[in-house]
Design a protein around this ligand. Structure first.
Ligand code: ZN
Length: 312
């Protein structure tokens, strides 16, 4: 099953060094989810060849401009392109009033239903649960209410053991794949374990931006296959990180190590770094399976997630 993330913006608040503000697309099969929507996200979606219309949900972490200034442009373009399919938007409560005011002032009546879901930052909260995915908010520590997001796939159907496929009547196969025992017409019961194998473990991805170190974060993202964590500064600027409630690369890597994740992707780089090698080196010294996120590159999420270029 195709499950991957495409970072569209890897810069911090000031766009510089060719980096754009935060935005990512998470793709699960044919569904696209947008995570954060910094200024210019719609152009970068276009450059990445990703269809606006297939985005079904948008998750906004917080209301600093580098994470949400692109939302009005995106909504307006969806409207102008004639979108009729509903869109779900998850974000901090004040975002609803910001959008409503801009729509009202510009006399825009969206052609599609926009469903707003307020995300609180008191405790992790399940935001979405369907047959394929569970999305949970992760309260973070920043200067305004901020949450990360944890995307966890649901376990897939149990694969049938090939040698038994023909002995299971067609109309009972979906029940067996769902884990039920097989009851034959003569009343004999064949235990499910004899007919199926375990499905691959469900994959998980966590997005954590922006945040100072948070005491519970590692436990909330324990064992995820891929963790994106902001790394605005190197340890050299730890005081600046503390003051602005951001993380250093070393702090991001410490979360990855404590949580035992598969791989770490760094992002949200301060505009002061032209060369990002010092951030990467600092993180790899603590958590070797680390990569710098690159805009437009596709990162698969799964049991074998490993950071590109780390040999894993
Ligand atoms: Zn930011």
């Amino acid at each position: 099953m195709r499950f991957e993330v495409i970072p569209l913006g890897t810069g911090a608040a000031l766009p510089a060094q060719g980096r754009s503000p935060s935005a990512q697309v998470l793709r699960l099969e044919d569904a696209l989810y947008l995570i954060d929507c910094g200024e210019g996200t719609q152009e970068r979606l276009r450059m990445a060849g990703l269809s606006f219309m297939r985005i079904s949900r948008v998750f906004i972490s917080h209301l600093h401009g580098d994470h949400c200034f692109g939302i009005m442009g995106l909504l307006s373009t969806m409207h102008l392109l004639g979108r009729t399919r509903e869109l779900h938007l998850h974000g901090p409560q004040p975002l609803k009033a910001i959008i409503d005011l801009q729509l009202q002032a510009s006399g825009t009546w969206l052609r599609f239903p926009l469903h707003f879901h307020a995300v609180g930052d008191d405790a992790p909260q399940v935001l979405l649960e369907d047959e394929r995915l569970t999305v949970t908010s992760l309260p973070l520590r920043h200067r305004v209410p901020t949450t990360g997001f944890l995307f966890r796939q649901k376990p897939g159907p149990r694969p049938l053991r090939p040698e038994h496929v023909n002995s299971i009547p067609h109309y009972r196969r979906s029940a067996v794949k769902a884990g039920h025992d097989l009851v034959r017409d003569d009343g004999t019961v064949v235990p499910n374990a004899a007919l199926t194998t375990d499905p691959p473990p469900p994959a998980a991805y966590a997005y954590c931006s922006d945040t100072a170190p948070h005491p519970h974060l590692a436990s909330w993202v324990r064992g995820v296959d891929l963790l994106y964590h902001e790394a605005t500064f190197t340890t050299h600027l730890a005081a600046r990180a503390r003051e602005t409630l951001h993380s250093t690369a070393a702090q991001a890597a410490t979360v990855a190590r404590e949580a035992g994740v598969g791989a770490l992707l760094l992002g949200h780089f301060s505009s002061r770094y032209k060369d990002l090698t010092p951030l990467l080196d600092e993180a790899r010294a603590i958590f070797p399976d680390t990569a710098l996120s690159e805009e437009g590159r596709c990162y698969p999420i799964g049991p074998r997630s490993s950071a590109p270029g780390t040999g894993g």
